[in-house]
Design a protein around this ligand. Structure first.
Ligand SMILES: Cc1ncc(COP(=O)(O)O)c(C=O)c1O
Length: 245
C-alpha cells in the first residue's frame, strides 16, 4: 500500500485495522438481520447492538435509552428538526431558533429550510472578538443550535455556560449540540453539559461511514419521527418509548 501523510482528520478518519477486521469478520461469519430474528445468530447481533449502545452511552455520560443510532451528524440534525416540529408546543407555533456563524451547513440548513417555509424564526447569536459564542449576548430563544467546535476554527465552545445562560433567558429552551468535531478531541459528558440533544458522526472518530449518534435527554417528551423496522407490537401514539427512534 502506498504510504501517505493524512491530514484531513477534520473531514474523516482513516479506518484502523481493528475496525476493518471487525467489520469484515462480522459480514463474513456472523451476519444476521437485527431486531427481528430469534435464531442464535440474530440474537448475537441484537446483543452486539445493545453492547454498542451501552458503550456509546458510557462514552458520552448517559444511559442506553438516550442513544439513537442514525446515519450521521447530518441525519441526526435533520431528524431533530422533524422531531421538534412534530412535538408540542411547536406543532402549531413558530419557534425562535438561535444559530451562529460557527455552524456547519448541516446544522443550519434544515432550520433555514423550515424558516423559508414559514415554520420558524431564525436569530443569529453574535460571536465575540475571538470568534467564540458571545456569552454576554446569548439571545432569548425556543431552540438553540450550538456548534461545540467549528470545523473551520477548531476551538471548543463553553457549552455548559452557553446552555446555562440560554436557560436563564428561557427555562424551556431546547438545546442542540453539534459535537461532530468536539467528540474527536474531548471527553463528552452530556449530563454535565445539560443539553437536550447532542449529535456526532461515527466516521470522524474511526467508525465506518453511515453511522451516527443522536442523544436525547428526555426521549419521552418527544414524538418519534420514524416508524416501522425491526419488530412492531404497538401502534404509534399509544407508546412513545425511545425504542421507536
Ligand atoms: C461541525 C460539523 N457538523 C456536522 C458535520 C456533518 O457531518 P456528516 O457529514 O458526517 O454528517 C460536520 C462534517 O464535517 C462538521 O464538521
Amino acid at each position: 500500500m502506498k504510504k501517505i501523510v493524512y491530514m484531513d482528520a477534520a473531514a474523516s478518519w482513516l479506518k484502523n485495522q481493528s475496525v476493518i477486521e471487525s467489520e469484515v469478520g462480522f459480514l463474513a461469519n456472523f451476519y444476521a438481520n437485527a431486531g427481528r430474528g430469534v435464531c442464535e445468530r440474530a440474537a448475537n447481533v441484537d446483543k452486539t447492538i445493545a453492547d454498542v449502545r451501552q458503550n456509546v452511552a458510557e462514552f458520552i455520560g448517559t444511559k442506553p435509552a438516550n442513544i439513537v443510532f442514525t446515519f450521521g451528524a447530518t441525519d441526526s440534525l435533520n431528524r431533530i428538526v422533524n422531531i421538534i416540529q412534530n412535538t408540542e408546543p411547536f406543532k402549531n407555533s413558530k419557534p425562535v431558533v438561535a444559530v451562529s456563524d460557527l455552524d456547519h451547513h448541516s446544522a443550519r440548513l434544515p432550520w433555514q429550510a423550515l424558516s423559508n417555509a414559514g415554520g420558524c424564526e431564525i436569530v443569529v447569536c453574535p460571536l465575540d472578538n475571538n470568534l467564540n459564542i458571545d456569552l454576554t449576548r446569548i439571545p432569548k430563544c425556543d431552540v438553540f443550535v450550538i456548534t461545540s467546535m467549528s470545523n473551520v476554527l477548531g476551538v471548543a465552545q463553553d457549552v455548559e455556560s452557553i446552555i446555562r445562560i440560554a436557560r436563564q433567558k428561557n427555562p424551556n429552551v431546547i438545546t442542540i449540540v453539534d459535537a461532530a468535531q468536539l467528540v474527536a478531541h474531548n471527553k463528552l459528558d452530556v449530563s454535565k453539559m445539560g443539553c437536550d440533544f447532542l449529535v456526532f458522526s461515527g466516521h470522524k472518530i474511526g467508525a465506518d461511514t453511515g453511522v451516527g449518534i443522536m442523544y436525547i435527554r428526555n426521549p419521552e417528551n418527544f414524538n418519534p419521527d420514524k416508524f416501522g423496522g425491526g419488530m412492531v407490537n404497538r401502534l404509534p401514539g399509544i407508546c412513545s418509548d425511545s425504542a421507536q427512534f
